[in-house]
Design a protein around this ligand. Structure first.
Ligand SMILES: *[C@@H]1O[C@H](CO)[C@@H](O)[C@H](O)[C@H]1NC(C)=O
Length: 425
């Protein structure tokens, strides 16, 4: 890392001392936070060493994960054209299934009954909290609202979402909850899954030379086309799976379920959109396999980094209706060297870079910093009418996370009011 000296108008001895003290201070923090800090050479991201390094500096994040923050930069640009975010755009009191937090004080939450929304919300909060805790420098205060739904009702709200359509420029696409964990039967902890993949991985040539897919055909009409296209083909291992609930599969093909690490035993994997974006895509991109992706309509952060041709090609693009799957598979099987190169490029770009836990912590921090730039400062206190002493807003993350969420997620606003009464006595 290099420290650029201040420009000439600051060449004033008193200020210089301050700057050096400040730099020395930042230096010390970096030393404690990052084993990767290199005094001699120029720092470069090394996934073996850094993939779980949550404390990368902003400069390291920017250098290591070029292109990953495209969605955030776009959201900021869009916001700057329409003006600063207003407080009422963050207020969720009239919404369902959203949570809002300010420096991880949970101000208000509306979460439907059932495991899915609750798990997604908690995973998201934990990931944000981790990115805050491991930040080498303080993150500016801000207040935002996020939703963990696959699809959001149309709204001009600048909400933080898991995905967006091209026609929804107001949405800010956040890091997926799956980078923390997803319910065990579905996926499990992200880092645990990466560890399992690492144990099972084989050299590309030794993998099964077929394309693998498991999924529920009900979720998307194109999935039916995929199943039809692959039916009886020797290059395909494609099966329909039906979920009885979040933990159990059912249907005639229930025995053919395979885990994500087992998908990596095939040379080719397919990412399909479901109700909306493909939560599975980021897992499959952790395999040293060729990822085949039909043309997409749902945008995810890492989409900015996918390359469909040339020497850096890191996935294979096919038609939305899978009509060219057979041609594409025949071509890939006839060119094993090319297939191997695409798989390796995918590993370099995603498994060992943009989709590392370290990169996702960077993503959260970039998002928090970018958001703070275009939105109002978080108010820590609420003003009490007629009084000079304010009430504290929200429940701290630490308390929130240990509560009985089945009951309290619902009651949070009520409980919050009760707490405010106590505090304002
Ligand atoms: C990356 O880090 C590992 C573990 O510290 C080390 O063995 C390896 O040599 C490093 N690779 C490069 C290219 O620096």
């Amino acid at each position: 890392m290099t420290f650029s000296l201040p420009t000439s108008k600051f060449w004033n001895p008193r200020v210089l001392i301050v700057i050096f003290v400040l730099n020395a201070f930042i230096y010390t923090i970096l030393l404690f936070h990052s084993r990767t800090f290199d005094f001699v050479g120029k720092w470069a991201f090394n996934s073996t060493r850094d993939s779980k390094n949550f404390g990368l500096s902003e400069e390291q994040c920017t250098t290591a994960f070029r292109g990953l923050f495209t969605e955030i930069e776009r959201a900021v640009r869009y916001r700057k054209t329409i003006g600063q975010v207003r407080v009422e755009e963050i207020d969720i009191s009239s919404e369902k299934d959203v949570a809002t937090g300010g420096m991880l004080y949970i101000i208000e939450a509306h979460i439907s009954l059932g495991d899915h929304p609750r798990m997604r919300a908690l995973a998201t909060l934990n990931a944000i909290h981790r990115a805050l805790l491991t930040s080498p420098v303080p993150i500016p205060n801000s207040e935002f609202s996020f939703s963990v739904n696959d699809i959001l009702a149309p709204s001009p709200r600048p909400i933080w979402a898991l995905t967006r359509l091209a026609t929804e420029p107001e949405k800010w696409v956040m890091s997926d909850f799956g980078y923390w964990a997803w319910s065990r039967a579905l996926m499990g902890g992200y880092e645990e899954m990466r560890a399992q993949i690492a144990e099972l991985e084989k050299p590309f040539e030794e993998k099964i030379p077929k394309v693998v897919w498991r999924g529920d055909r009900k979720n998307n009409v194109n999935r039916v086309k995929l199943i039809a296209e692959a039916e009886g083909k020797e290059w395909a291992d494609v099966r329909d799976i039906q979920w009885r609930d979040a933990r159990h599969v059912t249907g005639y093909d229930a025995d053919s379920t395979i885990t994500v690490p087992e998908h990596c035993l095939y040379q080719f994997v397919i990412q399909t959109e479901g109700w909306s974006y493909s939560g599975r895509g980021k897992y499959l991109q952790n395999c040293n396999s060729v990822v085949i992706i039909p043309k997409r309509i749902w945008i995810e952060p890492q989409h900015a980094l996918i390359v469909s041709s040339g020497p850096l090609q890191n996935f294979v693009e096919i038609e939305e209706d899978y009509s060219d799957l057979e041609t594409v598979m025949e071509e890939l099987l006839a060119n094993p060297e090319k297939a191997k190169m695409i798989a390796q490029n995918g590993v370099d770009a995603f498994r060992d870079r943009a989709l590392t836990p370290a990169a996702q912590a960077c993503y959260w921090r970039k998002m928090l910093v970018a958001w703070a730039e275009v939105s109002p400062k978080a108010e820590r206190w609420e003003h009490v009418e007629g009084g000079r002493i304010g009430k504290r807003r929200g429940v701290d993350f630490e308390t929130y996370i240990v509560e009985d969420h089945d009951g309290l997620f619902y009651n949070l606003p009520i409980r919050h009011e009760a707490m405010q009464k106590l505090q304002s006595r």
